[in-house]
Design a binder for this molecule. Structure first.
Ligand SMILES: Nc1ncnc2c1ncn2[C@@H]1O[C@H](COP(=O)(O)OP(=O)(O)OP(=O)(O)O)[C@@H](O)[C@H]1O
Ligand SMILES: [Mg+2]
Length: 451
């Protein structure tokens, strides 16, 4: 049964409407002032609101704003006396579903409310569908055939539906974020949000604000309430990426969230409770960080409840060719090209490569190869970009110092690319990690043609 809140100060009118709605199988709650109306609405369970515009303690616009702020999809219909039609029109502009001028036929009002409720449920369905669809799209395929990989996926599937905190460790590009997303996808929280926070990419002085949000007036410039990512992830999964880069004071604050599921916004006094599934990841050896005193031991144990370690690609060579095929066909589809096959020689090169950048590297190499390949077969020359470049830039008779300079350029380019990947393209953070000025980094990016 759907519940209608009627806010009307004239008792006889309110009672008349109550009877009319009840006769149509609605439940009715009544309030006589704006204040009352807000209290009843805030208590929950209201599906639609019908309000008079002129009330003893204010006008229906205030109520409209409060309702829309709390629950944007709840329809509100305004009743107005002759003479305040302009306000009623304004109410519709601000989000009221419709208005009626008194006197009106209650059946007409009921019709409008029913239509509004119908539209609301359709909007809701759309939202749910859109969300489900976007989640379907945002869950890329997971490829792997090696024994290690299959065993790992089994473990992931076992822990995914639980609320257990999971720590994912592995070298850069091994698929930590992919596994974290899969875990959310395979959990009963999959309809809730998946919120990722990259502790290495967000500047140090902003990360507390990003995680915990702030209250209005928390500091100069804080004009509005800002919800932190922890709050946004309520009823879903929070993915704390590169957790090893988090500073000690913030680690202490985070520990409390993990232990008590509550926190305060920056500058706030209200305690906020959240229901979170925590998945953390790091490419650092966290135990070693604990030993060095840069990671809190208590936080480490709180995170290390269930550990998943992703092996580097060079230790699971059977996955290399299936991954290569997968990326070749997905990039070909994206670029609307015919899917090329791999020559035997190309396969050999892929298998013997070290893949220091793991799956991400293989993905990047295949993207370039698909761009370069014109025929039906991928050949070694389509892959060997970096080494080819190195050889090309050096003639046969180059003096030793030129060889060294070329090697330095290549090594620097490689390192800069890796760090930029780690910081998701954040250049100022990359400059910090590389210990060069921002300007130097920009110059090198330009010089080496890094995109
Ligand atoms: N098994 C896999 N199957 C398909 N794609 C994968 C697989 N593993 C990783 N990838 C893809 O490789 C890329 C890198 O993976 P991901 O970002 O999850 O790595 P990561 O471990 O988080 O790396 P980093 O430590 O650098 O952040 C992503 O595009 C991801 O979708
Ligand atoms: Mg990652």
């Amino acid at each position: 049964m759907e519940t209608i809140l009627i806010v009307e100060d004239k008792k006889s009118m309110s009672e008349m409407l109550r009877k009319a709605f009840e006769a149509e199988q609605f439940a009715v709650k009544a309030a006589m002032t704006v204040q009352d109306g807000m209290v009843v609405f805030a208590a929950g369970g209201i599906d639609a609101v019908v309000t008079d515009l002129r009330l003893p303690d204010g006008d229906g616009m205030e109520l409209l704003r409060a309702v829309k702020a709390q629950s944007p999809l709840t329809p509100l219909v305004v009743m107005t006396g002759f003479g305040s039609i302009e306000t009623a029109v304004r109410a519709v502009k601000e989000g009221a579903y419709d208005f009626l001028t008194k006197p009106f036929d209650p059946d007409h009002l009921i019709l409008i409310v029913k239509r509004a409720l119908d539209e609301k449920s359709r909007q809701k369905e759309n939202l749910v569908m859109r969300k489900a669809f976007s989640q379907f799209l945002s869950m890329p395929r997971i490829i792997g055939v090696s024994e290690q990989w299959c065993a790992l996926i089994e473990r992931v599937k076992k822990v995914a539906p639980l609320k257990t905190t999971v720590l994912i460790l592995g070298e850069s590009g091994t698929g930590k974020e992919l596994i974290a997303r899969a875990m959310h996808h395979w959990s009963p929280r999959s309809k809730g949000p998946f919120v990722a926070v990259n502790c290495a990419a967000i500047p140090k002085d902003l990360i507390e604000n990003e995680l915990f949000g702030h209250d209005k007036g928390a500091f100069t410039g804080a004009q509005e309430v800002k919800l932190g990512r922890l709050e946004l992830a309520d009823n879903g999964t929070i993915f704390l990426d590169e957790i090893g880069d988090m500073e000690l004071p913030l680690q202490a604050k985070l520990l409390r969230v993990l232990q008590e599921n509550e926190f305060e916004r920056v500058g706030g006094t209200k305690t906020i409770r959240v229901d979170l599934r925590v998945v953390a990841a790091s490419n650092k050896d966290l135990e070693q960080e604990v030993g060095r005193g840069s990671f809190r031991e208590d936080l480490f144990y709180r995170l290390n409840v269930f550990r998943i370690v992703l092996a580097p690609l060079r230790q699971r060579k059977q996955d290399i060719i299936p991954l290569a095929h997968y990326f070749i066909s997905s990039f070909s589809a994206e670029m609307r090209k015919q899917v090329p096959s791999l020559s035997a020689e190309a396969e050999q090169i892929l298998l013997s490569s070290e893949w220091k950048g793991n799956v991400r590297e293989i993905k990047n190499v295949m993207e370039r190869a698909v761009i370069l390949c014109e025929g039906p077969v991928l050949l070694p020359e389509h892959f060997a970009m970096e080494k080819g470049l190195f050889k090309e830039t050096l003639g046969k008779e180059e003096p030793l110092h030129k060889v060294a300079a070329a090697a330095v350029r290549l090594a620097e380019k490689d390192r800069i690319e890796n760090v930029l990947m780690q910081t998701h393209g954040n250049k100022s953070r990359a400059a910090e990690i590389l210990r060069v000025s921002y300007k130097t980094l920009l110059n090198k990016i330009k010089e080496y043609g890094i995109v």
